[in-house]
Write a protein that binds this ligand. Structure first.
Ligand code: SF4
Ligand code: SF4
Length: 381
């Protein structure tokens, strides 16, 4: 397992307490304090906003208010490229001072320049974006040389005593053998964990062809995991039951509120992948979202989804309810052959609604009227 014991124990205790309360609860705050990036990956749905929106930044205070309101034990900071936010080190420190676990997801291009603004801490992890070996990653991010810079950044962060993991998005056409070899190399290099996710279809992503459907996702994960003793050879930060779900051995409904997303637009409804409205506060997100309208089998846009932001929370809750399900995975690895669990019926799902441009227009009018709750910078830092 790629999570340190203290982190797993603390989050486990939090999940038990919240499960007993019977209420919906957040596990990880997904924070995107800006959309601007210094790369232009084909699979990214964030970077084609107008400049006025790419120049918006969430303030340190807004980032602290978000965690104080939602109370999640962990924060994952992404973007855009978060290291472009000039107050990011202060935001990270604010969360650490609140005893939160902080995962800072970066493409690492600016890591060497900014690393001295950060101090190693048991609750702080660099999560370097790396979508496979040199050829796979450079193709995925559409820029040669990016893999080498990410590897140099991992080595630098490790040499300075930081906990350092990688986050790896796997798209359609991923070669199982190459990916397994890549995971072996990362382990040999000493990374502290690997977070995997199937490529997900952002509505705004320019490359819609290479996202996975559920059937292909499960086959791909079985293919990869079968080459590493059911995943036992690699330290995944994903929970064992989530990995089991990715390999088609669990039927789960999503719990999108478990990883709520806050961006410069506000709290995104209903989840990290779908922007069908925005709430001003976490309370409003929880109370006003029609959760029952979303999920696989309920809504066409959800049909292919197996991403961690929807299902990791479900897997974590299942681990608490059924701890005996976890044991065989820890002992023998994820099952990669035999019948898969029955998937959810899609025949009754409601058709997709296309609403994503409304929030862009709304934000643009707020910016023009001078009443946006985010700040605008003149140029990228
Ligand atoms: S590095 Fe991340 S935020 Fe930047 S373009 Fe690529 S996917 Fe988008
Ligand atoms: S299934 Fe739908 S609502 Fe659930 S996480 Fe995926 S996209 Fe979001």
């Amino acid at each position: 397992m790629g999570l340190p014991f203290r982190q797993a124990a603390k989050i486990g205790a939090y999940v038990v307490k919240k499960q007993l309360s019977g209420k919906k609860y957040p596990l990880v705050l997904m924070l995107e304090p800006l959309f601007r990036c210094n790369l232009a990956c084909a699979g990214c749905g964030k970077i084609d906003y107008p400049d006025e929106i790419l120049n918006q930044r969430m303030s340190v205070q807004a980032c602290m208010d978000a965690i104080d309101e939602c109370g999640a034990p962990a924060v994952s900071i992404a973007g855009g490229e978060p290291l472009l936010h000039r107050d990011l080190a202060q935001i990270v420190q604010g969360y650490l001072d609140r005893d939160k676990f902080v995962i800072l997801c970066t493409n690492a291009l600016l890591l060497a320049k900014k690393i001295n603004q950060y101090t190693p801490h048991p609750n702080f992890t660099w999560s370097i974006h790396l979508d496979g070996d040199k050829a796979m990653h450079d193709k995925s991010v559409c820029q040669d040389g990016t893999y080498d810079r990410a590897i140099a950044a991992i080595k630098l962060a490790k040499s300075k005593g930081f906990r350092t993991q990688i986050n790896c998005t796997l798209f359609d056409g991923t070669d199982g053998e190459r990916t397994a070899k890549f995971f072996d190399e990362m382990m040999a290099m000493g990374v502290d964990g690997i977070t995997v996710s199937p490529g997900y279809a952002y509505e705004r992503a320019p490359d819609q062809e290479h996202f996975l459907n559920r059937e292909r996702t499960k086959k791909m994960f079985r293919d990869i995991l079968s080459r590493g003793r059911g995943g036992k050879d690699w330290k995944f930060t994903n929970s064992p039951l989530f990995m089991d779900f990715l390999a088609g051995n669990q039927t789960y409904e999503c719990t999108p509120w478990s990883m709520p997303l806050l961006t410069v637009f506000g709290w995104q409804k209903p989840c990290y992948l779908l922007g069908e409205g925005y709430a001003k506060t976490f309370t409003e997100l929880m109370e006003d979202t029609e959760w029952e309208k979303y999920g696989v089998g309920k809504y066409e846009k959800c049909a292919n989804c197996m991403v961690h932001c929807g299902f990791e929370g479900t897997a974590a809750a299942d681990s608490i309810k059924n701890p005996l399900k976890v044991l065989p995975i820890l002992m023998h690895g994820v099952k990669t052959s035999g019948a898969m669990a029955l998937d959810i019926d899609l025949s009754q799902q409601r058709p997709a609604e296309f609403s994503f441009s409304r929030h862009v227009e709304h934000k643009m009018s707020q910016i023009k009227a001078g009443n946006s709750n985010t700040t605008e910078i003149e140029a990228a830092e």
